[in-house]
Design a binder for this molecule. Structure first.
Ligand SMILES: C[S@@+](CC[C@H](N)C(=O)[O-])C[C@H]1O[C@@H](n2cnc3c(N)ncnc32)[C@H](O)[C@@H]1O
Length: 322
Protein backbone atom coordinates (compact mmCIF):
# COMPACT_ATOMS: atom_id res chain seq x y z
CA UNK A 1 0.00 0.00 0.00
CA UNK A 2 1.46 3.37 -0.99
CA UNK A 3 1.98 5.69 1.97
CA UNK A 4 2.38 8.74 -0.29
CA UNK A 5 -0.80 8.04 -2.19
CA UNK A 6 -2.16 11.04 -4.06
CA UNK A 7 -5.00 9.05 -5.57
CA UNK A 8 -8.54 10.21 -5.12
CA UNK A 9 -10.12 8.57 -2.06
CA UNK A 10 -13.34 7.28 -3.48
CA UNK A 11 -16.25 6.33 -1.27
CA UNK A 12 -19.04 3.95 -2.31
CA UNK A 13 -21.93 5.57 -4.17
CA UNK A 14 -24.43 3.22 -2.48
CA UNK A 15 -24.98 2.40 1.17
CA UNK A 16 -25.11 -1.37 1.50
CA UNK A 17 -25.94 -3.65 4.38
CA UNK A 18 -22.83 -5.49 5.47
CA UNK A 19 -20.71 -2.66 4.04
CA UNK A 20 -17.15 -3.16 5.14
CA UNK A 21 -16.24 0.50 5.76
CA UNK A 22 -15.61 -0.03 9.46
CA UNK A 23 -13.73 -3.32 9.03
CA UNK A 24 -11.32 -1.71 6.53
CA UNK A 25 -8.45 -1.08 8.98
CA UNK A 26 -8.44 -4.77 9.97
CA UNK A 27 -8.57 -5.80 6.31
CA UNK A 28 -5.82 -3.38 5.23
CA UNK A 29 -3.56 -4.58 8.05
CA UNK A 30 -3.82 -8.14 6.71
CA UNK A 31 -3.31 -7.51 2.99
CA UNK A 32 -0.67 -9.64 1.29
CA UNK A 33 2.81 -8.17 0.78
CA UNK A 34 3.32 -6.58 -2.61
CA UNK A 35 -0.39 -6.17 -3.31
CA UNK A 36 0.12 -2.69 -4.75
CA UNK A 37 2.63 -3.83 -7.34
CA UNK A 38 1.70 -3.49 -10.97
CA UNK A 39 0.97 -7.16 -11.50
CA UNK A 40 -1.85 -7.72 -9.02
CA UNK A 41 -5.28 -8.54 -10.43
CA UNK A 42 -8.04 -7.89 -7.88
CA UNK A 43 -11.20 -10.00 -7.60
CA UNK A 44 -14.22 -9.31 -5.43
CA UNK A 45 -16.99 -11.89 -6.08
CA UNK A 46 -19.49 -10.43 -3.53
CA UNK A 47 -18.88 -6.74 -4.15
CA UNK A 48 -22.09 -5.26 -2.66
CA UNK A 49 -21.59 -1.52 -2.14
CA UNK A 50 -17.88 -1.94 -2.88
CA UNK A 51 -16.37 -0.35 0.25
CA UNK A 52 -13.28 -2.58 0.02
CA UNK A 53 -13.03 -2.47 -3.77
CA UNK A 54 -13.22 1.32 -3.95
CA UNK A 55 -10.69 1.83 -1.18
CA UNK A 56 -8.18 -0.70 -2.49
CA UNK A 57 -8.48 0.17 -6.16
CA UNK A 58 -8.09 3.88 -5.48
CA UNK A 59 -5.08 3.21 -3.22
CA UNK A 60 -3.36 0.54 -5.30
CA UNK A 61 -4.68 1.15 -8.80
CA UNK A 62 -4.56 -2.52 -9.77
CA UNK A 63 -3.63 -3.59 -13.28
CA UNK A 64 -7.13 -5.04 -13.53
CA UNK A 65 -10.13 -5.73 -11.28
CA UNK A 66 -13.12 -8.04 -11.57
CA UNK A 67 -16.13 -7.32 -9.38
CA UNK A 68 -19.23 -9.52 -9.22
CA UNK A 69 -22.53 -9.70 -7.40
CA UNK A 70 -25.63 -11.82 -7.89
CA UNK A 71 -27.81 -8.73 -7.46
CA UNK A 72 -28.78 -7.48 -10.88
CA UNK A 73 -29.88 -4.04 -9.66
CA UNK A 74 -26.41 -3.54 -8.31
CA UNK A 75 -24.84 -4.66 -11.58
CA UNK A 76 -27.02 -2.18 -13.44
CA UNK A 77 -25.85 0.63 -11.15
CA UNK A 78 -22.14 -0.14 -11.56
CA UNK A 79 -22.62 -0.46 -15.31
CA UNK A 80 -24.34 2.93 -15.56
CA UNK A 81 -21.70 4.65 -13.40
CA UNK A 82 -18.96 3.24 -15.61
CA UNK A 83 -20.49 3.62 -19.06
CA UNK A 84 -23.24 6.28 -18.83
CA UNK A 85 -22.28 8.66 -15.99
CA UNK A 86 -23.52 11.88 -17.62
CA UNK A 87 -26.93 10.41 -18.38
CA UNK A 88 -27.15 8.94 -14.88
CA UNK A 89 -26.28 12.29 -13.25
CA UNK A 90 -28.88 14.11 -15.36
CA UNK A 91 -31.63 11.73 -14.23
CA UNK A 92 -30.53 11.99 -10.58
CA UNK A 93 -30.57 15.80 -10.79
CA UNK A 94 -34.11 15.57 -12.12
CA UNK A 95 -35.12 13.29 -9.20
CA UNK A 96 -33.46 15.63 -6.68
CA UNK A 97 -35.30 18.63 -8.16
CA UNK A 98 -38.56 16.74 -7.90
CA UNK A 99 -38.09 15.42 -4.32
CA UNK A 100 -36.13 17.94 -2.28
CA UNK A 101 -38.58 20.92 -2.38
CA UNK A 102 -41.49 18.76 -1.10
CA UNK A 103 -42.83 18.57 2.46
CA UNK A 104 -42.50 15.30 4.40
CA UNK A 105 -45.83 13.82 3.28
CA UNK A 106 -45.26 14.56 -0.41
CA UNK A 107 -41.69 13.32 -0.24
CA UNK A 108 -43.04 10.00 0.98
CA UNK A 109 -45.51 9.85 -1.94
CA UNK A 110 -42.72 10.66 -4.37
CA UNK A 111 -40.54 7.93 -2.80
CA UNK A 112 -43.32 5.33 -3.04
CA UNK A 113 -43.96 6.25 -6.68
CA UNK A 114 -40.31 5.62 -7.51
CA UNK A 115 -40.30 2.42 -5.47
CA UNK A 116 -43.30 1.11 -7.45
CA UNK A 117 -41.73 2.10 -10.73
CA UNK A 118 -38.42 0.48 -9.73
CA UNK A 119 -40.19 -2.77 -8.77
CA UNK A 120 -42.33 -2.78 -11.91
CA UNK A 121 -39.16 -2.68 -14.00
CA UNK A 122 -37.45 -5.47 -12.06
CA UNK A 123 -39.56 -8.45 -13.03
CA UNK A 124 -38.39 -8.63 -16.62
CA UNK A 125 -35.15 -9.99 -17.98
CA UNK A 126 -33.53 -6.62 -18.43
CA UNK A 127 -31.13 -4.14 -16.98
CA UNK A 128 -27.75 -5.57 -17.67
CA UNK A 129 -26.56 -2.60 -19.62
CA UNK A 130 -27.92 -3.74 -22.93
CA UNK A 131 -25.41 -6.59 -23.06
CA UNK A 132 -25.96 -10.31 -22.94
CA UNK A 133 -27.39 -12.04 -19.93
CA UNK A 134 -25.50 -14.91 -18.28
CA UNK A 135 -27.77 -17.27 -20.14
CA UNK A 136 -26.66 -15.69 -23.39
CA UNK A 137 -30.14 -14.28 -24.11
CA UNK A 138 -30.25 -10.75 -25.51
CA UNK A 139 -31.56 -8.25 -22.97
CA UNK A 140 -34.94 -6.75 -23.68
CA UNK A 141 -34.40 -3.21 -22.34
CA UNK A 142 -32.57 -0.33 -23.92
CA UNK A 143 -29.48 1.06 -22.22
CA UNK A 144 -31.48 4.21 -21.36
CA UNK A 145 -34.04 2.16 -19.46
CA UNK A 146 -31.26 0.48 -17.53
CA UNK A 147 -29.69 3.87 -16.68
CA UNK A 148 -33.09 5.04 -15.43
CA UNK A 149 -33.35 1.90 -13.30
CA UNK A 150 -29.86 2.55 -11.89
CA UNK A 151 -30.87 6.13 -11.07
CA UNK A 152 -33.97 4.89 -9.27
CA UNK A 153 -31.85 2.48 -7.22
CA UNK A 154 -29.51 5.32 -6.19
CA UNK A 155 -32.48 7.60 -5.44
CA UNK A 156 -34.17 4.93 -3.27
CA UNK A 157 -30.87 4.15 -1.54
CA UNK A 158 -30.42 7.83 -0.63
CA UNK A 159 -33.96 8.42 0.58
CA UNK A 160 -35.07 5.11 2.13
CA UNK A 161 -34.93 4.13 5.78
CA UNK A 162 -31.29 3.65 6.83
CA UNK A 163 -30.09 3.36 3.23
CA UNK A 164 -30.88 -0.32 3.22
CA UNK A 165 -31.33 -2.60 0.24
CA UNK A 166 -33.79 -5.32 1.18
CA UNK A 167 -36.19 -7.36 -0.94
CA UNK A 168 -39.12 -9.61 -0.12
CA UNK A 169 -39.46 -13.24 -1.17
CA UNK A 170 -40.61 -12.10 -4.63
CA UNK A 171 -37.48 -10.01 -5.07
CA UNK A 172 -39.32 -6.69 -4.68
CA UNK A 173 -37.62 -3.80 -2.90
CA UNK A 174 -39.64 -3.13 0.27
CA UNK A 175 -37.71 -0.66 2.44
CA UNK A 176 -39.89 2.18 3.84
CA UNK A 177 -39.25 5.86 3.29
CA UNK A 178 -36.50 7.46 5.41
CA UNK A 179 -36.44 10.88 7.06
CA UNK A 180 -33.27 12.55 5.85
CA UNK A 181 -33.48 16.33 5.82
CA UNK A 182 -31.23 16.98 2.86
CA UNK A 183 -30.17 13.70 1.23
CA UNK A 184 -27.42 13.89 -1.40
CA UNK A 185 -29.35 12.39 -4.30
CA UNK A 186 -27.21 13.63 -7.19
CA UNK A 187 -23.55 13.49 -6.21
CA UNK A 188 -22.00 14.47 -9.51
CA UNK A 189 -18.34 14.47 -8.42
CA UNK A 190 -18.62 11.08 -6.76
CA UNK A 191 -20.26 9.45 -9.78
CA UNK A 192 -17.67 10.88 -12.17
CA UNK A 193 -14.80 9.82 -9.90
CA UNK A 194 -16.33 6.37 -9.47
CA UNK A 195 -16.71 6.03 -13.23
CA UNK A 196 -12.95 6.71 -13.59
CA UNK A 197 -12.20 4.19 -10.85
CA UNK A 198 -14.18 1.55 -12.76
CA UNK A 199 -12.20 2.07 -15.97
CA UNK A 200 -9.81 -0.82 -15.09
CA UNK A 201 -12.66 -3.00 -13.83
CA UNK A 202 -14.85 -5.65 -15.39
CA UNK A 203 -18.31 -5.87 -13.84
CA UNK A 204 -20.03 -9.26 -13.64
CA UNK A 205 -23.47 -10.35 -12.54
CA UNK A 206 -24.02 -13.85 -11.18
CA UNK A 207 -22.90 -16.46 -8.70
CA UNK A 208 -19.41 -16.07 -7.21
CA UNK A 209 -18.17 -19.12 -9.13
CA UNK A 210 -18.43 -17.03 -12.30
CA UNK A 211 -14.96 -15.66 -11.48
CA UNK A 212 -13.31 -19.02 -10.79
CA UNK A 213 -11.68 -19.57 -14.18
CA UNK A 214 -10.33 -16.01 -14.33
CA UNK A 215 -8.90 -16.33 -10.80
CA UNK A 216 -7.20 -19.63 -11.64
CA UNK A 217 -5.83 -18.17 -14.86
CA UNK A 218 -4.15 -15.34 -12.90
CA UNK A 219 -2.78 -17.76 -10.26
CA UNK A 220 -0.25 -15.96 -8.04
CA UNK A 221 -1.14 -12.56 -9.52
CA UNK A 222 -4.69 -12.85 -8.15
CA UNK A 223 -5.81 -11.33 -4.88
CA UNK A 224 -9.38 -12.27 -3.95
CA UNK A 225 -11.43 -10.59 -1.22
CA UNK A 226 -14.61 -12.47 -0.29
CA UNK A 227 -17.39 -10.93 1.75
CA UNK A 228 -20.37 -13.28 1.39
CA UNK A 229 -23.72 -12.69 3.10
CA UNK A 230 -23.33 -13.22 6.81
CA UNK A 231 -24.16 -16.49 8.40
CA UNK A 232 -26.91 -15.20 10.75
CA UNK A 233 -25.65 -14.59 14.30
CA UNK A 234 -28.86 -16.05 15.65
CA UNK A 235 -31.99 -17.49 14.10
CA UNK A 236 -33.88 -14.27 14.78
CA UNK A 237 -31.18 -11.85 13.61
CA UNK A 238 -31.16 -13.13 10.04
CA UNK A 239 -30.25 -10.52 7.47
CA UNK A 240 -29.22 -11.91 4.16
CA UNK A 241 -31.99 -10.77 1.85
CA UNK A 242 -29.87 -8.84 -0.66
CA UNK A 243 -31.47 -11.07 -3.26
CA UNK A 244 -34.53 -13.26 -3.20
CA UNK A 245 -32.28 -16.34 -2.88
CA UNK A 246 -30.77 -16.94 0.51
CA UNK A 247 -27.18 -17.84 1.21
CA UNK A 248 -27.50 -20.85 3.51
CA UNK A 249 -24.96 -23.20 5.12
CA UNK A 250 -24.85 -25.21 1.89
CA UNK A 251 -23.75 -22.05 0.05
CA UNK A 252 -21.11 -21.38 2.73
CA UNK A 253 -19.77 -24.90 2.14
CA UNK A 254 -19.76 -24.39 -1.63
CA UNK A 255 -17.82 -21.18 -1.04
CA UNK A 256 -15.23 -22.95 1.14
CA UNK A 257 -14.65 -25.47 -1.66
CA UNK A 258 -14.22 -22.59 -4.13
CA UNK A 259 -11.75 -20.97 -1.69
CA UNK A 260 -9.67 -24.18 -1.59
CA UNK A 261 -9.67 -24.61 -5.37
CA UNK A 262 -8.55 -21.01 -5.95
CA UNK A 263 -5.95 -21.37 -3.21
CA UNK A 264 -4.59 -24.53 -4.89
CA UNK A 265 -4.23 -22.50 -8.11
CA UNK A 266 -1.88 -20.06 -6.30
CA UNK A 267 -4.29 -17.14 -5.68
CA UNK A 268 -4.13 -15.24 -2.40
CA UNK A 269 -7.52 -15.04 -0.70
CA UNK A 270 -9.08 -13.23 2.24
CA UNK A 271 -12.63 -13.87 3.47
CA UNK A 272 -14.68 -12.16 6.19
CA UNK A 273 -17.87 -13.26 7.92
CA UNK A 274 -19.68 -13.03 11.22
CA UNK A 275 -18.33 -15.26 13.95
CA UNK A 276 -20.91 -17.83 15.07
CA UNK A 277 -19.03 -18.05 18.40
CA UNK A 278 -20.55 -14.64 19.26
CA UNK A 279 -23.71 -16.41 20.33
CA UNK A 280 -22.64 -20.03 20.59
CA UNK A 281 -19.04 -20.52 21.79
CA UNK A 282 -19.31 -24.16 20.74
CA UNK A 283 -20.16 -23.39 17.10
CA UNK A 284 -17.04 -24.11 15.07
CA UNK A 285 -18.71 -23.96 11.63
CA UNK A 286 -16.06 -21.77 9.95
CA UNK A 287 -13.16 -23.26 11.94
CA UNK A 288 -14.10 -26.66 10.50
CA UNK A 289 -14.80 -25.43 6.97
CA UNK A 290 -11.51 -23.50 6.71
CA UNK A 291 -9.34 -25.89 8.69
CA UNK A 292 -5.68 -25.39 7.71
CA UNK A 293 -6.01 -21.68 6.80
CA UNK A 294 -5.23 -18.63 8.99
CA UNK A 295 -8.37 -17.83 11.02
CA UNK A 296 -8.52 -14.64 13.13
CA UNK A 297 -11.22 -12.90 15.12
CA UNK A 298 -11.43 -9.10 15.14
CA UNK A 299 -13.79 -6.68 16.93
CA UNK A 300 -16.34 -4.83 14.79
CA UNK A 301 -19.54 -2.94 15.45
CA UNK A 302 -22.52 -4.40 13.63
CA UNK A 303 -25.00 -1.81 12.40
CA UNK A 304 -27.57 -3.60 10.32
CA UNK A 305 -29.82 -4.75 13.12
CA UNK A 306 -32.86 -2.50 13.28
CA UNK A 307 -33.03 -3.07 17.04
CA UNK A 308 -30.65 -0.37 18.31
CA UNK A 309 -29.97 -2.43 21.45
CA UNK A 310 -28.38 -5.13 19.33
CA UNK A 311 -25.84 -2.94 17.57
CA UNK A 312 -22.95 -3.57 19.93
CA UNK A 313 -19.45 -4.85 19.27
CA UNK A 314 -19.07 -8.41 18.08
CA UNK A 315 -16.34 -10.52 16.57
CA UNK A 316 -15.93 -10.83 12.85
CA UNK A 317 -13.89 -13.63 11.43
CA UNK A 318 -11.10 -13.05 8.88
CA UNK A 319 -9.71 -16.07 7.03
CA UNK A 320 -6.63 -16.03 4.80
CA UNK A 321 -4.55 -18.57 2.90
CA UNK A 322 -1.29 -16.61 3.32
C1 LIG B 1 -21.99 -8.78 2.83
S1 LIG B 1 -22.55 -8.21 1.26
C2 LIG B 1 -21.08 -7.52 0.62
C3 LIG B 1 -20.84 -6.16 1.20
C4 LIG B 1 -19.64 -5.45 0.59
N1 LIG B 1 -18.39 -6.01 1.04
C5 LIG B 1 -19.67 -3.97 0.95
O1 LIG B 1 -18.72 -3.45 1.55
O2 LIG B 1 -20.67 -3.30 0.63
C6 LIG B 1 -22.79 -9.68 0.35
C7 LIG B 1 -23.16 -9.54 -1.13
O3 LIG B 1 -23.17 -10.84 -1.74
C8 LIG B 1 -24.17 -10.85 -2.76
N2 LIG B 1 -24.49 -12.29 -3.03
C9 LIG B 1 -25.37 -13.10 -2.40
N3 LIG B 1 -25.30 -14.36 -2.91
C10 LIG B 1 -24.35 -14.34 -3.87
C11 LIG B 1 -23.80 -15.33 -4.74
N4 LIG B 1 -24.22 -16.61 -4.73
N5 LIG B 1 -22.83 -14.96 -5.60
C12 LIG B 1 -22.39 -13.66 -5.66
N6 LIG B 1 -22.89 -12.68 -4.86
C13 LIG B 1 -23.84 -13.01 -3.98
C14 LIG B 1 -25.30 -10.03 -2.18
O4 LIG B 1 -26.11 -9.51 -3.22
C15 LIG B 1 -24.53 -8.93 -1.40
O5 LIG B 1 -24.37 -7.76 -2.17
Amino acid sequence: MREDSVHEKIKPFLKWAGGKGQLLPAIVKRLPDGIADAKTVYFEPFVGGGAVYSYLNSECRFSKCHICDINRDLYTAYYAVKHRPAELIAILEEFAGEYLPLDAERRKECYLRHRDSFNAAKGTDGFCGGGKSLRGKKRSHSPSQSVYHAAELIFLNRTCFNGLYRVNSEGLFNVPHGRYKNPRIANRDLILAYGRLLSNTEIHCGDFTLLEEAIKEQGERAFVYLDPPYRPISRTASFNSYAADTFDDGSQKRLAEFFRRCSDAGARLMLSNSDPKNTDPGDSFFDDLYDGFVIERVRASRRINSDAGKRGEINEIIIRNY
